[in-house]
Design a protein around this ligand. Structure first.
Ligand SMILES: NC(=O)c1ccc[n+]([C@@H]2O[C@H](COP(=O)([O-])OP(=O)(O)OC[C@H]3O[C@@H](n4cnc5c(N)ncnc54)[C@H](OP(=O)(O)O)[C@@H]3O)[C@@H](O)[C@H]2O)c1
Length: 345
């Protein structure tokens, strides 16, 4: 059994990790931390876990994380980079759900996250945890930088086109929407029910942290200079993310060949569903599951490809993807413990 520790067990990605890992056949939950809830049984905070998780939260300083085989950091940025060096030195693998190791350029990280990087020696080693594009590297990794939720949708939508050299990489547009759980469980005015329900707004239009992450990753798949305009929106739902991606074709290709390109790219990826050309994926078709669904459109047969991508921000956008990476790192089938079907309605 893989002994698992979770730092940040009281947050939304933390409880999502608990939901998935509590029934994972190869995992033994070993330590779950919270600074505020030391000693509280996990099931007292999350009754959904009564009868399946019998551990209590412990403060990070009391939890002996070195007894684990792998530790997930479901924490704000800055936490994993402080603890990863000691854990790795003790032979523990680390999967960070935050941004500490996502950007290879330290200055770019420090500019966008406004904190100094305290473990720059690990940046190069960290493997970007997007299995559909990086499977082999993840298998051999000790340290995973789990992708951001929006970047997962943008990369899985744009990369097949960039790799095939079919689109103008300098003019990519991503119009994306996230449910409110994307902001985490901490109290904030903007995520109060009265502020975020019955409301719809864009944010971060002048620049969002997920733009440099996505642009840097997309640049790995094209010789062209990447230009990405990314506009995130907050929608009044709890879970779910919808990305509408636009790319300009620079070569002649028919709809069937476009569709075949995506189907071929993801033929061995159990968690990417390439839907029929021209269909309209819905967020609720992924709710609670690790599935990302996408569909291609070509409005009026013109030279703009529109890719619609949906996922559950807390599963494929965060904790499910992290478990997918863990499976690969420990030589398991990538889908182990992740075969839940979306909840509908
Ligand atoms: N929500 C999403 O959809 C989503 C998607 C992709 C990635 N992410 C990323 O995943 C990470 C966690 O997100 P979340 O939404 O789960 O956040 P959250 O709901 O706000 O939870 C944060 C957790 O971190 C713990 N924590 C906070 N500061 C800490 C510190 N200094 N040391 C140790 N533990 C600390 C908190 O517990 P205590 O205060 O009790 O210690 C809490 O359990 C973030 O980096 C986020 O950007 C989130």
């Amino acid at each position: 059994m893989i002994k698992v520790g979770i730092v940040g067990g009281t947050g939304y990605t933390g409880v999502e990790l608990l939901r998935l890992l509590a029934v994972h056949p190869d995992v033994q939950l070993t330590a779950i931390t919270s600074r505020k809830e030391d000693g509280l049984p996990v099931a007292d905070m999350f009754p959904s876990l009564r009868g399946v998780v019998d551990l209590a939260f412990s403060s990070p300083d009391k939890a002996d994380l070195t007894q684990c085989d792998v530790v997930f950091f479901a924490t704000p940025h800055g936490v994993a980079m402080a603890q990863a060096p000691a854990l790795l030195a003790a032979g523990v693998k680390v999967i960070d759900l935050a941004a500490d190791f996502r950007l290879k350029d330290q200055a770019t990280f420090e500019k966008w996250y406004k904190i100094p990087h305290t473990a720059p020696e690990l940046i190069e080693e960290a493997v970007y945890g997007l299995p559909e594009l990086n499977r082999d590297d993840i298998k051999g990794a000790r340290l995973i930088a789990n992708p951001g939720c929006y970047p997962t949708t943008m990369q899985l939508g744009f990369v097949p086109l960039l790799k095939a050299g079919l689109v103008d990489a300098g003019n990519l547009i991503a119009d994306c929407k996230s449910g409110v759980s994307g902001a985490g469980r901490k109290a904030e005015i903007g995520t109060l029910f009265s502020e975020s329900s019955d409301n719809f707004k864009a944010y971060g239009v002048h620049g969002h942290r997920h733009t440099p992450e996505t642009s840097a990753q997309l640049a790995r798949y094209t010789e062209q200079k990447v230009g990405l305009i990314f506009t995130p929106h907050l929608v009044p739902m709890i879970r779910g993310m919808h990305a509408t991606l636009y790319a300009r074709l620079n070569k002649d290709i028919d709809d069937a060949a476009l569709q075949a390109l995506f189907e071929d790219t993801y033929k061995d990826s159990a968690f990417v569903d390439v839907m029929p050309f021209g269909s309209h994926p819905e967020t609720r078709s992924t709710r609670g599951s690790n599935m990302l669904r996408l569909a291609l459109h070509r409005p009026e047969g013109g030279n703009t490809v529109v890719i619609l991508v949906v996922q559950d921000n807390l599963v494929k956008g965060a904790s499910g993807q992290a478990v997918q990476c863990m499976n690969l790192m420990f030589g398991l089938d990538e889908t182990t413990g992740l075969k839940q079907i979306a909840l509908l309605p």
